[in-house]
Design a protein around this ligand. Structure first.
Ligand code: DC
Length: 224
């Protein structure tokens, strides 16, 4: 079965967890596109470049080497940065960095290269619209802001990332606005996506809903 699954949605909507489960179930390569923007943000911080030095950030995005391993490990220029790209510092600047049009062009190229000739599940903000517009299955995952902030807080605690609930709530709120109002690559709802509100769903329920769509159960009713 040839499967390409594209998932978009705001921060904390559960895209990452869902993509991991779908990758396991359908034997797909899981591509977390947010990680590519996070690598550019991390390198910007490490090189002491100011967020307004757009040309230098574009230069970074042109030359950066990013590898996304099947087990979720992220390599930047050959170095493992899986945890570091989730830090507060990176999370604070990643959305404005991802608004730079040239940076997006370079990241989309990297993302498409990873997807080429593979069955993939890819998640991000512009996957259903720009990166993989021909994907067979397109989903938009959503959840209430408070529930997304709570999830992210719990995940961060488990990963040992130091951010208070209030910091996460404010960061997600700001990123929602920025991610939905970008000049290019904005997070958008379209008629082609199946809309799933995950606020009151468990991961098992999400996988079941999507499984029924993929495996062709036409009786499944989904609130679009
Ligand atoms: O999914 P994430 O929280 O790791 O993404 C980090 C940031 O990267 C997010 O605020 C917006 C940006 N992003 C993007 O612009 N396009 C994507 N396809 C994925 C992420």
């Amino acid at each position: 079965m040839n499967i390409t699954i594209a998932i978009d949605g705001p921060a904390g909507s559960g895209k990452g967890t869902l993509a991991k489960e779908l990758a396991k179930k359908y034997n797909l390569i899981n591509i977390d596109t947010g990680a590519t923007y996070r690598c550019v943000a991390l390198k910007t911080i490490r090189e002491n470049i100011d967020i307004n030095e757009t040309d230098k950030i574009i230069e970074i995005s042109k030359n950066i080497q990013i590898e996304l391993k099947e087990d979720g490990t992220v390599l930047m220029d050959g170095e493992e940065v899986t945890k570091e790209i989730r830090s507060k510092e990176v999370t604070t600047i990643v959305s404005p960095i991802s608004s730079i049009v040239e940076v997006r062009k370079n990241m989309v190229e990297i993302q498409r290269k990873i997807a080429a000739n593979n069955n993939v599940v890819m998640e991000g903000r512009d996957i259903t619209t720009i990166v993989l517009p021909n994907a067979k299955y397109k989903f938009y995952l959503d959840a209430e802001l408070e529930s997304r902030a709570k999830r992210r807080y719990k995940e961060n605690l488990e990963k040992g990332i130091d951010m208070t609930y209030e910091e996460i709530y404010e960061n997600i709120k700001k990123r929602d606005y920025n991610d939905m109002n970008k000049e290019v690559g904005a997070l958008k709802r379209t008629d082609e996506q199946v809309y799933i509100d995950t606020t009151n769903l468990t991961i098992e329920e999400e996988v079941e809903i999507i499984g029924k769509i993929i495996e062709g159960d036409k009786d499944e009713k989904i609130d679009r």
